[in-house]
Design a protein around this ligand. Sequence first.
Ligand code: NAP
Length: 267
Amino acid sequence: MNNKIRVIVSGAGGRMGKEVVKLVLQDEELELAAAIDRSSKDIDAGRLVGLEECGVIVSSDLEAALANAAGDVMVDFTTPQSVYANTALAVKYGVRPVIGTTGFTPEQIAELDKQCKEQGIGGLIAPNFSIGAILLMRFAAQASKYFPHLEIIEYHGDQKLDAPSGTAIKTAEMISEVRQELRQGNPEEEETIEGSRGGYYNGFRIHSVRLPGVFAQEEVVFGGYGQSLKIRHDSYERAGYMPGVKMGVQKVMEYTGMIYGFEHFIE
Ligand code: NAP
């Protein structure tokens, strides 16, 4: 009997999508059900990622794949503009979404949770599949109890579409759950150049740096009397996210409802 989890990869021709296709093709517990991409269609998915032919031809029709490819899970790394519709479509067809694309609003996540529960399937939206980044968020939340004055600085490549990063937003949310309410800085403060102080979130600031050559980094800087603390995580390549993606694909088979944040799977 074939107990492999059948995975539909949405955004298969993208930088993250190609890593996911490689993961699925090379992992004995996973099977590629379909590979969806707008611009690389009609080529073999194995060839697309530099491996041997696998017999799955890349297509541009996500809905047809969700309806006909007998997928258990859809992994999506596309764009903030397309991901909500892709996720809702997967849920509609009973295919469990594992979403790495960032850019959801809290209202969208709540709506998808409702839809997953109605369908009796699990889903995962994970702004960051990296264990190091999850630990940064945890440590930062812990530190904010003792150092409530903080700023988040995140660094990504200059072609990233959304700002701040989903990881920075998640970090801010986790900090806000435990940090005492406090509006930092001088109440009389004025920006002479608009945006200089970064984005405002629950009393503290988030800064998004966008530069070519940068992959993904985040630091949380805490200031106290006579001391400061910095917690920083650096990601160097996309393959580093794949153990997290695999864990997400396996876990999502086991529960009902939409989970937001990979940290829920890490003890
Ligand atoms: P990318 O290389 O630009 O790939 C994006 C893919 O999405 C491409 O295959 C693109 O196809 C496709 N696409 C674009 N618009 C689409 C649409 N309207 N409908 C369907 N597909 C569409 O981007 P990436 O670096 O792989 O990143 C993808 C997403 O993952 C981003 O949101 C990024 O922030 C996020 N990300 C998350 C994590 C995590 O751990 N959760 C890690 C890294 C990145 P075409 O080329 O045909 O347009």
